[in-house]
Design a protein around this ligand. Structure first.
Ligand code: FAD
Ligand code: UDP
Length: 368
């Protein structure tokens, strides 16, 4: 096998990079070990006719105009603002914690200023803020921490909040008003025809060849490329020479409910304290699809299996840095994406990182 550029992985990182390099005149071969494009953002119509996300709910949100504009070349959008309720003490309450959450949980009737003063009384100020426990205790105190965060985090990561970097819990803000949106980004949209359709258009270019069901490690020695873009787990690329980097996995349990217009009031319900799964998502909320039945997914976190999440904590970051040092010596390979950069990236951040990496990649190819 011979190609100008070989791209490993057809998710956001691989596909965005493929398009940029193809438009710059490079011949690109993009491979994926799975039987589809789109990586974890892949969506498909299930056997009952409902559009689902096989790898869990993917909601697009960004503050970066540049990124939404770049993707808009390949899709129209459907406006969608995600809302999440958490099942706590027998009630379904807004998460991120807001005024409604606090008033309902504690039987209060506080206004915004009242909530701010209440939080000031219950919070446990922490300085410095190093862990996710510090973040949560510092903003909402122990009772809300134990009810909304400790159990969910233990399930999701198999770790205590105190064992995770601050950046994990910092994804979830605290609000004193009634805003119950999960995200507050300027642009919150779903691709109008789904993610896979968007990826198909992105990869539809005369300079791009897509080959599926190919594991890079099975062909690594037989492929000749001037440059490689690797978007899989960085430790695998270097044959785990410094040991395995921890990635968290999930098992997805999909279910279709016939003759059920709606299963739950919002897109996602979180279960911090009950069940082995963390959350249930009902896809029709996200996609706006009309159907007499509905399809849902439960997420069961697990240690083994496909790598989905890097695990943000200092010792893992230190191990990643050792792999990153090896990566920096490889001018012939670009490492980009959630698994290769070992960052808890959202989709838009992967697009941003890839557009940036594509520029360096082109410079490195030219210097050869
Ligand atoms: P991936 O999508 O993982 O793509 C990597 C690809 O490389 C895969 O297709 C894999 O099969 C392939 N690959 C790996 N190794 C090899 C190999 N050896 N040979 C060939 N191919 C290989 N982000 C949001 O912005 N909003 C959300 O709501 C959201 N929800 C999420 C929910 C879940 C459950 C998960 C797990 C993630 C979520 N994300 C969300 C994050 C989002 O999935 C990622 O940011 C994005 O998809 C990462 O793109 P990527 O290309 O870096 O990696
Ligand atoms: N989290 C929590 N309770 C919740 C929601 C989130 O404890 O109800 C914590 C948990 O540690 C989780 C992290 O915040 O892993 C980030 O949540 P997010 O919803 O951003 O996770 P993702 O959608 O990326 O899985």
């Amino acid at each position: 096998m011979r190609t100008d550029v070989l791209i490993v992985g057809a998710g956001f990182a691989g596909s965005v990079c493929a398009r940029v390099l193809a438009e710059a005149g490079r011949q690109v071969l993009i491979i994926d070990k799975r039987d589809h494009i789109g990586g974890n953002a892949y969506d498909k119509v299930d056997e009952h006719g409902v559009l689902i996300h096989p790898y869990g709910p993917h909601i697009f949100h960004t503050n970066a105009k540049r990124i939404i504009e770049w993707l808009s070349r390949f899709t129209d959008w459907r406006f969608y603002e995600h809302r999440v309720l958490a099942s706590v003490d027998g009630q379904l309450l807004p998460i991120p914690i807001n005024r409604t959450t606090i008033n309902r949980l504690y039987g209060l009737d506080l206004d915004e200023e009242g909530v701010a003063a209440w939080l000031e009384r219950v919070r446990e100020p922490r300085d410095p803020i190093r862990t996710s426990e510090d973040v949560v205790l510092n903003s909402v105190g122990r009772d809300l921490c134990d009810k909304f965060f400790r159990g969910y985090t233990r399930k999701q990561w198999g770790l205590d909040l105190a064992e995770l970097s601050a950046s994990v819990a910092a994804r979830i803000p605290t609000r004193t008003n009634d805003d119950d949106r999960y995200f507050t980004d300027t642009y919150q949209f779903m691709p109008a025809d789904g993610y896979t359709a968007m990826f198909r258009r992105m990869l539809d270019h005369p300079n791009i060849t897509v080959q599926l069901n190919i594991d890079y490690f099975a062909i690594r020695d037989s492929v000749q490329a001037n440059h490689t873009v690797f978007t899989g787990p960085i430790d695998a690329f270097f044959d785990y020479c410094y040991g395995k980097l921890p990635y968290r996995s999930l098992r997805f349990e999909h279910q279709h409910l016939p003759d059920t217009e709606q299963y739950q009031a919002v897109g996602t319900v979180n279960y911090p304290n009950d069940h082995d799964y963390t959350r249930i998502t009902e896809f029709k909320h996200l996609t706006g699809q009309q159907h007499s039945g509905t399809s849902i997914v439960r997420e069961y976190p697990q240690a083994e299996g496909e790598p989905y999440y890097p695990v943000p904590r200092p010792e893992n970051e230190a191990l990643f840095k050792r792999y990153e040092a090896l990566a920096e010596q490889r001018r012939d390979v670009t490492f980009v994406g959630r698994l290769a950069q070992y960052r808890y990236y959202n989709m838009d951040q992967v697009v941003g990182a890839t557009l940036k990496a594509s520029i360096t990649t082109q410079e490195n190819i030219r210097k050869k």
